[in-house]
Design a binder for this molecule. Structure first.
Ligand SMILES: Cc1cc2nc3c(=O)[nH]c(=O)nc-3n(C[C@H](O)[C@H](O)[C@H](O)COP(=O)(O)OP(=O)(O)OC[C@H]3O[C@@H](n4cnc5c(N)ncnc54)[C@H](O)[C@@H]3O)c2cc1C
Length: 380
């Protein structure tokens, strides 16, 4: 045996699982096809939102609260600043389905928040121009994470604790056997007790028919210069999400002192045929939507982007992750399908992946994320 646990992909989830496994004293070996902290898949682009009032479902709130604590633990262990709290603004019409889900999570878990009318929001956060029928919810446990630094911090910490890391080493295939799993990577074979599949957009290569319930999507981010210095810093301009007149987008305070990053939520049109076909160039037509948003809603930014890039993420059919042992081989654990909202959860999901690999169980409620749900639906 080369290790108790092997990890396929040391991006967001793989790095965090490796950190937890190494902390627990298990022997662990991880493979990453690119460099550690690269920006070529789901974790690229400098910042990620952390939020607790959760439109994706109130059942995530206990996980988010524990993720918050674990981010602070990783900061302390690594000595790196990873999460900056800013408050989080949720802007939109009060009656949309998404807003109702946000209220539900606030109500069920008594989350610290404020609700601002359009006038109040205009006084406190004048950078945003609200429509007459819109309001703003302020989520008090919200801010932004530094994704690449988080991944490097977790991997470095795991390495210090004895984990074996193979960067620039793609796993070609894996084979489940009676006494463990063989991993074929970089022209060599490795034997481990169990594997964690944390390959993000490439996970379908290791998931048999479950791959039919997942698709890879391309997401564009654009950076805009502020018209007045310091008017979009992390003290006066919190992270936000907004659904407005057919656009669904999010943004960050300026991390570099000059530019504000804006991202669009995905649509069916963002699907790409495979992660290897990601087109990183962004065309004028794609940029037109961003320019329209800035001119309409954020007039204190210049509306021509200074920087653009595209990233990708793997989505499941119900937009909830796939977490648990493979229905076919119980020595393979899936931790994937985070559907555009996984980064903030990464340290708690890494812990869940590590517990499932080591003990076959977790203290967290992960039934809604079971791989078997697609099979139960009678679809395979
Ligand atoms: C543009 C964008 C914005 C987002 N914004 C937010 C946000 O604000 N807040 C939030 O919480 N979430 C956000 N998300 C979602 C979040 O970033 C993802 O859910 C999360 O990063 C997914 O992590 P992952 O580990 O599944 O994938 P990744 O981080 O991509 O990791 C997968 C890793 O596996 C490696 N790999 C794949 N195949 C192999 C192989 N065969 N051999 C070796 N290595 C392999 C890849 O190179 C990669 O490093 C966003 C996503 C995108 C794309």
């Amino acid at each position: 045996m080369d290790a108790e646990i092997g990890i396929i992909g040391l991006g967001t989830m793989g790095s965090m699982a490796m950190w937890h496994l190494a902390k627990s004293g298990a022997s662990v070996i991880g493979f990453e096809q690119f460099g550690i902290g690269h920006d070529r898949s789901a974790a690229g682009g400098e910042s990620r939102i952390f939020r607790t009032a959760y439109k994706e479902g109130s059942n995530y709130v206990p996980l988010l609260k524990d993720a918050y604590k674990l981010w602070r633990v990783l900061e302390e262990e690594s000595g790196n600043p990873l999460l900056t709290l800013t408050n989080g603004l949720i802007i939109g019409h009060p009656e949309t389905a998404e807003m109702k889900k946000v209220y539900k999570s606030i109500r069920e878990y008594d989350l610290d928040h404020e609700i601002l009318s359009r006038d109040e929001a205009g006084k406190r956060y004048p950078q945003h121009r609200l429509q007459p029928d819109e309001l703003m919810i302020v989520d008090k446990l919200s801010g932004y994470l530094r994704p690449q630094l988080s991944i490097v911090s977790a991997v470095q910490r795991a390495r210090d604790l004895g984990a074996e890391i193979h960067s620039h080493t793609a796993v070609d295939h894996i084979k489940s056997e009676r006494d463990g799993v063989s991993i074929y990577a970089g022209g060599k074979a490795y034997k481990v007790g169990k594997v964690l599949i944390t390959a993000g957009p490439w996970a379908v290569n290791f998931m048999k028919e479950l791959g039919d319930f997942m698709d890879v999507r391309r997401l564009v981010n654009a950076w805009f210069l502020q018209k007045k210095a310091e008017s979009f810093n992390d003290k006066n301009f919190p992270v936000f999400t907004r659904e407005s007149k057919g656009f669904y987008y999010y943004g960050f305070p300026s991390v570099d002192g000059n530019m504000v990053k804006i991202g669009m939520f995905t649509t069916e049109k963002s699907r790409i045929s495979s992660p290897d076909s990601l087109d990183r160039a962004v065309d004028l037509q794609e940029l037109a939507a961003f320019t329209e948003i800035i001119e309409k809603d954020l007039p204190d930014l210049y509306s021509d982007p200074s920087r653009v890039n595209s990233y990708m993420e793997i989505y499941t059919a119900d937009r909830h992750p796939i977490v648990g042992a493979s229905p076919w081989e119980d020595n393979m654990i899936y931790l994937t399908g985070f559907s555009g909202h996984g980064f903030k959860l990464a340290p708690v999901m890494g812990k869940i992946g590590a517990d499932l690999a080591l003990y076959g169980k977790t203290e967290y409620q992960v039934d809604p994320f079971s791989p078997a749900r697609f099979i139960k639906a009678g679809s395979i």
